[in-house]
Design a protein around this ligand. Structure first.
Ligand code: UDX
Length: 437
């Protein structure tokens, strides 16, 4: 099928590549010409494991092309995916300016019957607005446009595998014709058993918010438990293992730590809150989920203060700056929220991350950076493990201790073993377990 993808960010580029892998003829377009210039050379504008190899492979196969010119990308496409950003406004609501602009562009250049797929995360009701925009722009095509909601569930750092092997495909559509077109798009996945869930449009839009809110709630539940475990001599990891052994609960997304960040959870939770208020059923549980997440940072600050007393003039090394391992994305990264707090409190903060150093420095200019973990730890009074990159598991603890001014470790992701830390003589503050001091 001939498919156009509008927006080539994380979701858009992954969509372009996976659709090409499924055998479709794909053209990606973006208003950011620099992005298209990079992509046209086979270079990904962001770090994502495996994405560049597949990008090159699909471009060489001839199935995937990019053009900054929508008059090249859109005409002739049976299906157009809208994958533009929906950043939060000051109010917390999702800004839909880019979605509207994309809809206008699609309307202008579409030829013949076209299924317009909303893949960006948007509040329930957006598809109707998109449809209205399409028809306002091209009244003569009123019967030619079908809007479909097809939310994306991919995780950064696993974007390629998640889009090539999703748990499920969700499609909200109104007409059998549109449903049939989308079945054809995803036939290579459904043929190998991936479930395709078909709903109405509002249900699909809402389901995406519900999934992200529930995942964030699971993490915040574990983080609240962690605080209680620290006060009661229980072990949060063991508690969540017990919970996870119950098939009704499941173990995933119950890891206590520095909390959740990234480009989706914080913005989607806020947008869901605002949507529920607007609809007349406020959802204060979501506010509490966010409060507990902020509390996870406060808890780490308290541990550092417990170990170091005053922070003025103390050097604190943060290992891991990305919002999670496997990405260079620092949007709403808990490590950066912590860095800002510690800098405010007068500490000298130095950070190291295998991928995210440039973006982190751009976000927090007062954050010093080091070329590797050991360098960051030189004369540090405290090490805070913020992001659980694999390479930190293999640190030589003896060398770490010999380089630090004080042997204090605050483990924001429970990556180290308490027994190893004790054996090396560290003062060790894990998450959700009593400190060893
Ligand atoms: C998330 C959703 O998982 C994905 O389905 C959706 O499409 C986009 O948002 P992503 O933002 O890539 O994906 O990150 P994810 O892997 O879900 O992690 C989110 C945050 O939660 C990270 O900061 C991570 O460190 C944190 N996390 C995750 C925990 O603190 N504990 C856990 O148990 C799991």
């Amino acid at each position: 099928m001939r498919i156009a993808v509008v927006g080539t960010g994380h979701v858009g580029l992954t969509t372009c590549i996976s659709l090409a892998v499924f055998g479709h003829d794909v053209v990606g377009t973006d208003v950011e010409e620099e992005k298209i210039a990079l992509l046209s050379k086979g270079v990904s504008p962001f770090f994502e494991p495996g994405i560049e190899d597949l990008l090159k492979q699909e471009m060489e196969s001839g199935r995937l092309r990019f053009s900054a010119d929508p008059s090249v990308a859109i005409p002739g496409a049976e299906v157009v995916f809208i994958c533009v950003g929906t950043p939060p406004k000051m109010t917390g609501e999702a800004s839909l300016i880019a979605v509207e602009a994309a809809a206008r562009t699609v309307a202008r250049y579409a030829e013949g019957r076209t299924v317009v797929v909303e893949k960006s995360t948007v509040p329930a009701g957006t598809a109707q607005r998109v449809r209205r925009t399409l028809v306002q722009e091209r009244p003569e095509m009123a019967d030619g446009f079908e809007v479909v909601s097809n939310p994306e569930f991919l995780r950064e750092g696993h974007a390629v595998e998640d889009s090539l092997n999703p748990d499920r495909i969700l499609v909200g559509a109104e007409s059998e014709w549109a449903r049939e077109v989308i079945r054809k798009v995803y036939e290579p996945l459904t043929a190998k058993g991936t479930p395709l869930i078909e709903t109405d449009i509002a249900t699909a839009e809402l389901a995406k918010h519900a999934c992200n809110a529930f995942l964030a709630l699971k993490i915040s539940f574990a983080n609240a438990l962690a605080r209680i475990c620290e006060l009661s001599d229980a072990d949060v990891d063991a508690v969540v293992d017990v919970m996870g052994a119950d098939a009704r609960i499941g173990r995933a997304f119950l890891n206590a730590g520095l909390g959740w960040g990234g480009s989706c959870f914080p913005k989607d939770l806020q947008a869901f809150q605002r949507l529920s208020e607007r609809l007349g059923y406020p959802f204060p549980l979501l506010e509490e989920v966010t409060r507990i997440n902020t509390d996870a940072i406060d808890s780490v600050v308290s541990k550092i203060e417990d170990a170091l007393w005053n922070l003025e003039g103390k050097k604190i090394a943060l290992l891991g700056l990305a919002f999670k391992p496997g990405t260079d994305d620092v949007r709403a990264a808990p490590a950066l929220a912590l860095a800002r707090r510690l800098i405010e409190l007068g500490a000298d903060v130095i950070g190291y991350d295998p991928e995210a150093m440039g973006p982190a420095k751009a976000e927090v200019p007062d954050l010093e950076t080091a070329p590797d973990a050991y360098e960051a730890l030189l004369d540090a009074h405290c090490l805070v493990l913020c992001t659980e990159w694999d390479e930190f598991k293999h640190l030589n603890l003896e060398r770490v201790k010999s380089q630090m001014a004080y042997p204090v470790v605050v483990d924001g992701r429970n990556m180290f073993e308490g027994t190893d830390m004790e054996a090396q003589g560290f003062t060790y503050y894990p998450t959700g377990r009593r400190a060893l001091k």
